[in-house]
Design a protein around this ligand. Structure first.
Ligand SMILES: [Zn+2]
Length: 175
């Protein structure tokens, strides 16, 4: 094998892409030829720049930790934690507080609207029963009022001529 035959095969040889039948003569040539050995060394050094020496694996639970920290408002910036995390945490609690207040206000509004609705429209059976009871009570009260008014009117009518005559009657009666 000549140098010109070996040089195009060196990359494949280093990548382990050659069969044993192909790589055996290349190995033989490299042992005998310092120039081709040098080229092989250079290519090997160049390749090491682009290949990790060890496969990189994420630590256990890495993705879950990243997701948790992202949801906690971590910007992911590689800066000292103390200074930037304090305002971020403050903003987080403030946002949480605002959301709680909003939720409470919404709940209160819902309850208030329901109360107003039920106040306007006595739709439930108990409310209807109450309203008929109330109506009956009002009617009886009205009747009592009318009777009382009638009594008062009768008394007034009776008093009218009687009152005028009462003094006379009073004066007359003892006699
Ligand atoms: Zn050679």
């Amino acid at each position: 094998m000549q140098c010109d035959d070996v040089l195009p095969l060196i990359a494949g040889y280093l990548d382990g892409e050659l069969s044993e039948a192909q790589s055996a003569p290349v190995r033989q040539h490299l042992l005998a030829c310092p120039a081709c050995r040098q080229v092989t060394q250079d290519q090997k050094a160049l390749k090491s720049w682009f290949q990790p020496t060890a496969p990189v694996a994420a630590p256990e639970g890495f993705a879950a930790r990243v997701a948790r920290r992202a949801f906690q408002g971590d910007s992911g910036l590689l800066v000292p934690q103390a200074a930037p995390s304090a305002p971020a945490e403050e903003a987080g609690t403030l946002l949480r507080f605002a959301m709680n207040v909003t939720a409470v206000a919404a709940a209160a509004l819902l309850v208030l609207s329901f109360t107003i609705q039920f106040g306007k429209q006595p739709a439930s059976s108990t409310l209807r029963a109450d309203s008929t009871n109330l109506e009956r009570a009002l009617q009886s009260l009205d009747r009592l009022n009318q009777e009382e008014r009638a009594d008062a009117l009768r008394a007034e009518e009776a008093k009218g001529p009687a009152a005028r005559s009462r003094t006379a009657e009073d004066e007359e009666e003892p006699r």
